[in-house]
Design a protein around this ligand. Structure first.
Ligand code: C2E
Ligand code: CA
Ligand code: CA
Length: 703
């Protein structure tokens, strides 16, 4: 019961209680007033009764004959009898003073002498005694007395000079009924002795003591009504209060039920039935709400879209029940990785999403993504069967990747799409350039082929200098697309697309031809050419290289092919064969981007490289962590131990240069020395160096 109902109930009860009390006391007061009135009226009535009798008797015509003295005793007896009948008397006695004789006539002969004696006593006393209070004093010559069987009303009437008439009328049923009707006292009757009832009037005998009592049933109209009202009021209030409380509880219960059902319905509308996680609607609402506050906050917000890998296989192989178990278990594994305020939702099928409303940096999101990958990597055990799945995650960070929920979700979706393309079971951060890449992909699709024909491609050359002397030892050819509309397009944006679209072969051939043509201008300079894996795997790759060298009249010695691990992964034997062939021809082979793959050492041992190029990401990280410095040191050391030439890419600072020189790196390439430049500009660079007539000495590797 709610807390405010108790004081209200107490208030109502106390008000009703007070009313009942007031009513009760008023009723009690009214009762005693009424009782006094009834007693008074009754006393009065007895007086009237006696006096009325006297009046009636004195007016009776037969009385004259009776007291004339002319009648014989028998005649007098008859006259008295008539009077008895006429006046409804109990009995009548005529006392003659002259002869002192009592003439008595009555209904019942045996009681006459007694009554007569009593009457004569009265006459002898010649006065009527009355006492106040409990005794009814009746009239001058009338009083009430008891003769053992009933109450009698005496009327003593002096008739003429010599006679006294004593007549009694019984207080019989008839009289009582008449009085009762007159006074409206129900059930008026007599009982012996003094009655303990309130509604009683004691009747005194000759000695003044109460011998009988007139009693009646109480009539307590107003009082009774009030009392009943009070009682009913009390009962009524109790009933109303009880009903009220019950009703209130009922209403409260049904309200609670309603609220509960409403809450349940809204919960169901916003939650996924299988996993119990918030659904898409709830997730988007949460995202929108958090995006609104984002401009006022100093942290960012991250959205992770999770897509289970190979989930369809789980359903197909083990059945939907097993699939459901995996989905639920997946949710249960991810949830503990999140903070309370983070939201994990199931968007549908095998798609989930996580919202990090307050990410300090993208690291929060990527760390979580890695943790999710790890958690998903453990086998899902369903009915004793180990089920293995993966998860692919696309991440977008707001407000950088989008200031509204729709844009941010689209960004996360793009990142997810990319991650799937990149091989699944991994995560990808959305980067603006992803959209750019999409656009490029289309551009490459539409225009790259034509670009080669229209001669829109061009090459730039970046020198590699001796670490010790700073002189140019070789150059790397890097392709550019001079687009009539988009300007200079870097290779990172179109090489991958060209590979996908099968355009890398013609593009690679063009680069090779162009580079070798230029190389002819620098007969003693080694020129590095990047070769993509797809290109290298072409059956006639070696043949085509030979053809170009011949065509351009360039010594194979001048050519250095920069290969990545990707070249060697797919068909290692074929790659090895091609490499041996090339080496036999005198072409140099460099392992590009060394350190970005995972088993470079194996390749170094197995394949006949002349050179390794330490990826520029090492130098980038060297600044930040210091750990890479040790790695670079070891790699240089290793390269030298294997008799390989070591080049470091991406040298930008003097500090890096000093370090690389100190650890024994042979060649350095980077913006510190020169950006990639067009052939004409390279001509100038070589000229300014004065002596361009040397190839990097072969023995450098051993130095
Ligand atoms: P890569 O082979 O690792 O080439 C080196 C990249 O590092 C070049 O970018 C170069 O401009 C850049 N670079 C040089 N020095 C510095 C430096 O000090 N700091 C920084 N931050 N970067 C430096 P570029 O020219 O954009 O080429 C990117 C990638 O495109 C190359 O990476 C290569 O994998 C590929 N590529 C370029 N040209 C060709 C080509 O003709 N054929 C093929 N298959 N791939 C090519
Ligand atoms: Ca390269
Ligand atoms: Ca590289």
């Amino acid at each position: 019961m709610s807390i405010w109902l108790i004081p209200i109930a107490l208030l109502v009860l106390s008000v009703v209680g007070s009313i009942a009390l007031v009513a009760h006391s008023a009723a009690t007061r009214q009762l005693s007033v009424e009782l006094e009135r009834e007693k008074h009226q009754l006393t009065q009535s007895f007086h009237y009764e006696a006096e009325g009798l006297l009046g009636v008797l004195s007016r009776d015509e037969g009385l004259g004959d009776l007291v004339s003295g002319n009648q014989t005793r028998a005649e007098r007896e008859r006259s008295l009898q008539n009077l008895l009948l006429r006046q409804d008397l109990d009995y009548a006695i005529l006392v003659s003073r002259l002869d002192g004789v009592t003439l008595a006539e009555a209904g019942e002969a045996d009681v006459i002498p007694q009554r007569a004696r009593a009457a004569l006593d009265l006459v002898d006393n010649s006065r009527m005694r009355g006492s106040e209070g409990a005794t009814i004093g009746i009239g001058r010559d009338a009083r009430v007395m008891q003769d053992g069987t009933g109450l009698l009303t005496f009327a003593t009437l002096p008739v003429g000079r010599n006679f006294v008439l004593i007549a009694t009328r019984p207080i019989n049923t008839l009289t009582l009924r008449r009085l009762a009707t007159m006074l409206a006292l129900p059930n008026l009757r007599v009982v012996p002795g003094r009655s303990p009832l309130e509604t009683s009037l004691p009747i005194a005998g000759q000695d003044g003591r109460a011998v009988m009592s007139v009693i009646w049933d109480p009539v307590r109209e107003a009082a009774d009504i009030l009392r009943e009202l009070a009682l009913f009021g009390l009962i009524g209030t109790c009933v109303v209060a009880t009903v009220g409380v019950l009703l209130f509880r009922r209403i409260r219960r049904s309200t609670e039920e309603l609220l509960h059902r409403e809450a349940q319905a809204s919960h169901e509308a916003r939650h996924d039935a299988l996993s119990g996680l918030p659904n898409r609607t709830a997730f988007i609402d949460a995202l929108k709400e958090n995006m609104e506050h984002l401009p006022h906050l100093d942290h960012s917000l991250a959205v992770l879209l999770l897509d289970l890998d190979k989930f369809k296989d789980v359903n197909d192989t083990y059945g939907h029940a097993a699939g459901d178990c995996v989905l639920v278990e997946f949710g249960a594994r991810v949830r503990p990785l999140l903070r309370q305020t983070d939201v994990l939702a199931r968007l549908g099928g095998d798609e989930f999403a996580v919202l990090l409303p307050s990410a300090r940096s993208h690291l929060d999101a990527t760390r979580l993504a890695q943790a999710i990958l790890d958690a998903t990597g453990r086998a899902f055990v369903v009915d004793g069967i180990d089920i293995r799945i993966g998860v692919t995650i696309g991440i977008a960070i707001g407000p950088g990747d989008g200031t509204d929920s729709a844009t941010l979700l689209r960004a996360a979706d793009t990142a997810l799409y990319r991650a799937k393309n990149d091989g699944r079971n991994r995560f990808n951060l959305y980067e603006h350039r992803m959209n750019e890449q999409e656009r490029m992909r289309k551009l490459v699709d539409d225009e790259l082929r034509g670009a080669i024909e229209r001669n829109e491609l061009t090459l730039v050359y970046q020198p590699q200098v001796h670490a010790d002397t700073g002189r140019i030892a070789s150059v790397e050819a890097l392709v550019r697309w001079r687009h009539p509309v988009h300007g200079m397009i870097p290779p990172t944006t179109f090489i991958a697309a060209a590979e996908e679209r099968g355009l890398i072969v013609p593009l690679g051939e063009w680069v090779m031809r162009r580079a070798m043509r230029d190389a002819a201008r620098w007969p003693k300079l080694r020129v590095g050419v990047n070769v993509s894996a797809v290109q290298f795997r072409q059956k006639d790759f070696v043949t085509s290289v030979m053809r170009v060298l011949k065509e351009c009249a360039v010594q194979s010695l001048q050519l250095e092919l920069e290969l990545t691990e990707g070249v060697l992964v797919e068909d290692a034997d074929q790659a090895q064969a091609a490499m041996m062939e090339l080496r036999a021809l005198g072409v140099k082979l460099a392992l590009d981007d060394f350190g970005t793959g995972y088993s470079s050492l194996i390749y170094l041992r197995r394949f006949a490289f002349d050179k390794i190029k330490i990826d520029k990401s090492f130098l980038e990280q060297m600044e930040a962590t210091g750990e890479s410095a040790i790695l670079v040191h070891s790699v240089v050391h290793l390269g030298r131990a294997l008799g390989l030439e070591v080049t470091a890419e991406g040298v930008e600072t003097e500090e890096q240069r000093r370090f690389l020189q100190a650890v024994g790196c042979h060649l350095l390439q980077g913006y510190l020395f020169s950006k990639p430049v067009p052939a004409e500009q390279l001509d100038e660079l070589l000229r300014s160096e004065g002596d361009i007539s040397r190839l990097p000495p072969r023995q450098i590797g051993a130095a």
